[in-house]
Design a protein around this ligand. Structure first.
Ligand SMILES: NC(=O)c1ccc[n+]([C@@H]2O[C@H](COP(=O)([O-])OP(=O)(O)OC[C@H]3O[C@@H](n4cnc5c(N)ncnc54)[C@H](OP(=O)(O)O)[C@@H]3O)[C@@H](O)[C@H]2O)c1
Length: 264
């Protein structure tokens, strides 16, 4: 299927590893000119080199922490210089903190809000003017989560903040209509990236149980019976970034192995 995005320009933030990295790779494979961003310059340099080696295309990168206003000012200036016309923006920064209500103080709530919500807000702000210039209509794809659709108690902060992101997608899709920009989100379920390997290591040490036992326990609740892989989430990011979804906006699409069991 020709997705119609060859030669377009994309920025993926949170792309040095995990779902963002696979999304950048998927876009490169479709012939898109891809720029990537995340905090750590060393990781980015390695990721860009790997992407260039596997896809044969060049990748530009910029290091910025989207929870820091001064970094985002630098990112905005870099985008304006490198891509004054931007077609696609992917935002893959976010994550959860496993904790119960009584373990979370104000600082923990605010830190997760910065990470999950304000990171995406600042990223969109930095890229908005170049997205408005897209000849074919800009597309924004934000990584949400299945969590708000099947809230677990120990994922409280991210359940709340990712629900906010879904509300933001619904609102911005309308607000950005005059700019011809579509806004959607992809909501993954449990996907085996650094987020989960770190969490599983921690639980394994705390409980004195092998990692495999913990993976089995978490997999049991997933109708697919296993964790997703980042390369199984990325195609939906690429699809929503494409012109094959020209009538899709304001949506949050689950790619979760069936774990969110609600009818809507
Ligand atoms: N994995 C899952 O099971 C799962 C489930 C539901 C939703 N999601 C969502 O999917 C998205 C991607 O998750 P993932 O599992 O692929 O994450 P990941 O493997 O931890 O990768 C996160 C990426 O974001 C970058 N990053 C982190 N903090 C940043 C910041 N403040 N500013 C700029 N870049 C930052 C990281 O690189 P640096 O360290 O270099 O900054 C890395 O490239 C997130 O929004 C997450 O909430 C994931």
């Amino acid at each position: 299927m020709d997705l119609g995005i060859k030669g377009e320009t994309a920025l993926v933030v949170g792309a040095s590893e995990g779902i963002g990295y696979e999304s950048a790779k998927g876009l490169l494979e479709e012939g898109v000119n891809v720029m990537i961003c995340s905090r750590n310059a060393e990781k980015l340099k390695v990721a860009a080199a790997e992407l260039e080696k596997t896809t044969g295309r060049s990748v530009r990168w910029f290091a910025a922490d989207v929870t820091k206003k001064e970094d985002v000012a630098g990112l905005k200036a870099w985008i304006a210089k490198e891509a004054p016309v931007l077609d696609i923006l992917g935002s893959a920064v976010g994550g959860s903190q496993r904790a119960l209500f009584e373990e979370l103080d104000d600082d923990a709530w605010y830190a997760n809000y910065e990470f999950n919500v304000m990171g995406a807000v600042r990223t969109i702000r930095a890229a908005l003017e170049p997205l408005k210039q897209s000849k074919s209509g800009g597309r924004i794809v934000i990584l949400g989560a299945a969590g708000p659709r099947m809230p677990y108690p120990h994922q409280l902060v991210s359940n709340v903040h990712k629900a906010g992101l879904i509300a933001m997608v619904k609102t911005l899709g309308v607000e950005f209509r005059p700019f011809n920009i579509r806004v959607n989100s992809v909501s993954p379920g449990r996907t085996m990236t650094g987020l989960w390997t770190t969490r599983i290591d921690k639980l394994s040490k705390e409980r004195g149980e092998p990692a495999e036992k913990i993976i089995d326990e978490f997999s049991h609740e997933i109708p697919m019976g296993r964790f997703g892989r980042p390369e199984e989430i990325a195609p939906m990011v690429v699809f929503l970034s494409s012109h094959k979804t020209s009538y899709v906006t304001c949506q949050s699409i689950l790619v979760d192995g069936g774990i969110a069991r609600g009818l809507i």
